[in-house]
Design a protein around this ligand. Structure first.
Ligand SMILES: [Zn+2]
Length: 306
């Protein structure tokens, strides 16, 4: 009897150790990170994992009512920047009044926290961006995000991509400058120097995005997430990106990158929502126009010849 208790205890301890010591694989000399992370559980065996490549060719067009952002224009109360050891995070404290709904989402979702990945986790047509912000929300019918994670569509995450620009981003500057002590020590947090409303980190165009069902991108990779990744990206300067890459991890080394490799879509619907026609359709119609003109020319030439 006692042997089985010891085995159980060892299993618990090993699981706890694994849970707190997961990390990102080291990139090759050219900066590419390839191969699985071996995080175990659903991360290795799941069929609806995130991130994915958001390829226009793999997507279908969809139409949803407008997304609704409640109190995104209010500065986050008592906002702090926290070093989690895997990212820089801003927790959204109570009262939980920042709510996302509409846009075809099956429920109302309360914002829990915001964090960053450098480089981006989602790619668009195979292109990786410099940075990706995740605004993490959970279904308001659950008391905590921990309970919501166990349910399909229990979580909704907004993804915002950033491209390298010559101009610094003032909102990212506020976050980076605030993380005075947190940038070097895991578990420490610093108050934000300037007020920050979540809206300031969203693109102007919130009607154009990719939507799919996926997972958390960190262990245990729960397949509970309604993903919305906006197609309009925001600027970050090269110098600001370098400061993200200098944030320290648990063992005192710098967190050079914290993105997971793209996962197979496994025949999940990838929905592209946009009020305007997109490039693939545009180029197809251009080709058709060109073909029609060529056909008319050939017909005229034939007629003239006769
Ligand atoms: Zn994330």
């Amino acid at each position: 009897m006692w042997q089985s208790s010891v085995v159980f205890l060892i299993a618990v301890v090993v699981n706890l150790c694994l849970a707190s010591h997961w990390g990102y694989p080291t990139p090759s000399p050219n900066g590419e990170v390839i191969g699985p992370e071996n995080w175990g559980g659903a991360c290795d065996s799941g069929m609806k994992q995130s991130p994915v490549d958001l390829a226009f060719k793999a997507s279908v067009r969809g139409k949803f009512p407008q997304l609704h952002f409640e109190d995104y224009d209010e500065p986050i109360a008592d906002a702090k920047v926290l070093n989690t050891g895997h990212s820089i995070q801003i927790n959204v404290g109570s009262p939980p009044n920042v709510v996302l709904s509409g846009g075809g989402l099956p429920s109302e979702y309360v914002m829990e926290q915001m964090h960053f990945h450098w480089g981006s986790e989602h790619t668009i047509n195979g292109r990786r961006y410099a940075l990706e912000l995740h605004l993490v929300h959970f279904d308001s019918k659950y008391p905590t995000i921990q309970e919501a994670v166990g349910n399909r569509s229990g979580v909704a995450v907004l993804g915002v991509l950033f491209y390298v620009s010559s101009e610094a981003n003032p909102d990212l500057e506020n976050i980076l400058r605030s993380a005075k002590t947190a940038k070097d020590v895991v578990g420490l947090s610093d108050p934000l120097l300037q007020p920050l409303a979540p809206e300031e980190l969203l693109p102007n165009n919130r009607d154009s995005y990719f939507r799919y069902e996926g997972s958390l991108t960190t262990p245990g990779c729960g397949e509970a997430v309604q993903w919305t990744v906006f197609t309009e990206s925001l600027p970050i300067s090269f110098e600001q990106l370098e400061r993200f890459k200098n944030i320290k991890t648990n063992n005192g080394t710098v967190l050079t990158h914290n993105f997971r490799t793209v996962q197979p879509l496994n025949s999940r619907p990838l929905i592209f929502v946009s009020p305007v026609e997109y490039d693939v359709e545009y180029s197809t119609s251009t080709t058709l126009t060109y073909s029609s003109a060529l056909a008319i020319c050939l017909l005229l030439t034939t007629l003239v010849a006769f």
